[in-house]
Design a protein around this ligand. Structure first.
Ligand SMILES: NC(=O)N[C@@H](O)C(=O)O
Ligand code: NI
Length: 177
């Protein structure tokens, strides 16, 4: 009797919209809220205190960098997950570009079924909490730049975990205004 060869399907993920609530187990979403505080004699407003930063453990210090990212071809081929056990890490897009965020809970190295995939708008930044697994930044549509708020200083603060080959994320084309 011929055996039907079971096709070994590697999952193609689809991203869901990034929201504070959905991302809460992994970190913070840095975006304008509904109740900014007026500043500068009414000529400005502050959306206050949007992310829980942890940057000073074990001799660490806060650092701000600019990160240039090359737009990934779609469907996006996922490569690896990494985590920063000593600190949080935040990224804020500088030119309003959308991007993908792939995360998994802190703890044991993640498998494909542990991944959560989000599509961030250009008005949203993210702050991974310490130890949360995440894919390195995934820029979409065009090369772009992010502000990064992260931990400078001594110590090994980046664990990597390769993902199985063949995991992809389908991305709808960017809607032109
Ligand atoms: N590796 C590195 O500098 N960047 C990553 O940590 C990242 O999250 O993109
Ligand atoms: Ni990182």
């Amino acid at each position: 009797m011929s055996k039907t060869r079971l096709e070994k399907k590697t999952p193609t993920f689809t991203a869901r919209p990034l929201t504070r609530h959905a991302f809460a187990p992994y970190g913070d979403v840095i975006e304008a809220g509904d109740t900014p505080v007026a500043i500068n004699q009414g000529m400005g407003a502050r959306h206050l205190d949007l992310a829980a930063l942890a940057l000073t453990r074990e001799g660490g210090r806060p650092a701000i960098s600019l990160v240039d990212c090359i737009a990934e071809p779609t469907p996006v081929a996922l490569r690896l997950m990494e985590r920063h056990p000593l600190s949080s890490q935040a990224f804020v897009p500088l030119a309003g570009q959308r991007y993908l965020v792939v995360v998994a809970h802190a703890g044991a190295p993640p498998g494909p079924n542990d991944l959560a995939v989000f599509l961030a708008t250009g008005d949203q930044g993210i702050n991974y909490h310490a130890g949360v697994w995440h894919h390195p930044m995934i820029a979409l549509d065009h090369d772009c730049r992010f502000v990064e708020v992260h931990r400078g200083g001594p110590g090994a603060n980046c664990d990597e975990h390769d993902l199985p080959a063949g995991l992809t994320v389908a991305v709808e084309p960017e809607r032109k205004p």
